[in-house]
Design a protein around this ligand. Structure first.
Ligand code: SF4
Ligand code: SF4
Length: 401
């Protein structure tokens, strides 16, 4: 693709990076075939190729309209287009640059700005989320059906972590939403690691994914710095890895190195932390899998929903499914497994209608084989799927632990 980046942007780091990405795109449109928003809306501007053109236009004119911003907002950042692209276009990075430019030039309506601030001030903060959730549960009967459905069905179960000490240890991120609504997931992950002879050290905090999705760049960097400070002693004491049981968090922590590369106080530490960060499935697959075999007969059949972060972001398509199958679980094939469930971070709140349509479609495919359980690997997908089905939804580590 030929480009003429605006003179004010051409010599900036972002301008150069975006130019490089744009030049790889050959407009073939293969990516459009796997894009959920293009499938739903049929508008080229809601497809990856169309968004690439919109971003190119912004970079060439150094401006952005509200309409362009709307089409970029509608992107789920599912990255199915990256998996499909034969030219290796880094669409997600280009979108980040495009969104940041749109944020600088286009004026969001006040209601949208307030909604985004409210999300940033509550969701990543367990001390604020807990009372709000409690309030929501108490008032459940009076809430609109949509909000009622999105509240967790049951109160968070108290979940203790194993206390045995082992010579090996890892950091396990507790996370924000997950630590409030489903703390049992990390407790199960810690038990699983315990069986493998690895002690899981709880790493408190939010990874920063929500701020990253909402183009709150300064806040994302501050979160990364705070986490580095909080986790550094354990990294220095020989933690083998920084594990994320929510697959949506792993790509964000792996980004810390890039985000802080110009900060002399943090660049080196951030790069080391990024190198240590991985989804828990990546860590356990290098261990003795026999030790993970459940003691009782596994609940089967299972419908596994592979989160986009796992299959497209981390490129670990089929890995958890193979692990579960090797441990005796029967997995049902799922139609259109590459498509997003509509959760996508804050998407289910900010793009409610599109998100609901994707959820209904996903649930229809997952329920088709009458599974006993739906399993997944990311808290966002888990909570979103729970709001659309009566079949129990679990994180896969819970099934093993
Ligand atoms: S990230 Fe997903 S929604 Fe966005 S353009 Fe790519 S395939 Fe479409
Ligand atoms: S598949 Fe890749 S090269 Fe083809 S239009 Fe999409 S992003 Fe461009």
């Amino acid at each position: 693709m030929q480009t003429f980046i605006h003179t004010l942007l051409a010599d900036t780091e972002e301008g150069r990076e975006a130019d490089c990405i744009l030049r790889r795109c050959v407009h073939c449109g293969f990516c459009n075939a796997t894009c959920p928003t293009f499938q739903l809306l049929g508008d080229e501007r809601d497809s990856p190729r169309g968004r690439i053109y919109l971003i190119k236009e912004m970079l060439e004119n150094n401006t952005a309209t509200r309409e362009t911003q709307l089409h970029l907002d509608r992107c789920l950042t599912c990255r199915a287009c990256e998996t499909t692209c034969p030219s290796g276009v880094e669409y997600n990075r280009l979108l980040e640059i495009g969104r940041s430019l749109a944020e600088r030039h286009a004026q969001r309506p006040t209601s949208e700005r307030l909604q985004r601030i409210a999300l940033l001030e509550t969701v990543p903060n367990p001390a604020r989320m807990r009372p709000l959730l409690k309030l929501g549960r108490a008032a459940r009967a009076f809430l609109p059906a949509q909000i009622r459905r999105s509240l967790p069905r049951t109160a968070a179960r108290k979940a203790s972590w194993p206390t045995a000490s082992h010579s090996r240890h890892v950091l396990l991120l507790e996370g924000c939403v997950q630590s409030v609504t489903h703390p049992q997931i990390n407790a199960a992950a810690a038990r699983l690691l315990d069986r493998l002879g690895v002690r899981a050290v709880p790493a408190a905090g939010c990874c920063g994914a929500l701020a990253h999705h909402l183009t709150a760049e300064q806040r994302t960097r501050d979160t990364a710095r705070r986490n580095i400070d909080a986790w550094w002693a354990d990294v220095e004491s020989g933690a083998e890895a920084v594990l994320l049981s929510a697959s949506g968090c792993a790509p964000t922590v792996q980004e810390y190195g890039r985000l802080l590369k110009d900060d002399p106080s943090y660049a080196e530490k951030a790069a080391r932390l990024s190198a240590l960060a991985m989804d828990i499935s990546e860590f356990v697959e290098n261990e003795d899998t026999e030790k993970m075999r459940p003691k009782t007969t596994p609940q089967s059949p299972i419908a596994f929903h592979a989160p986009c972060s796992l299959q497209h972001g981390l490129r670990r398509s089929g890995r958890v499914e193979r692990l579960l199958t090797s441990l005796g679980f029967e997995l049902i094939p799922i139609a259109d497994a590459h498509l997003c469930c509509g959760s996508a971070g804050s998407y289910s709140i900010l793009q409610r209608e599109l998100s609901e349509r994707l959820l209904n479609e996903k649930v229809r495919h997952l329920e088709a084989g009458s599974p006993q359980v739906i399993a997944t690997a990311n808290i966002g997908c888990l909570a979103h799927l729970e709001s659309g089905t009566d079949i129990p939804v679990r994180h896969w580590v819970e099934l093993l632990a």
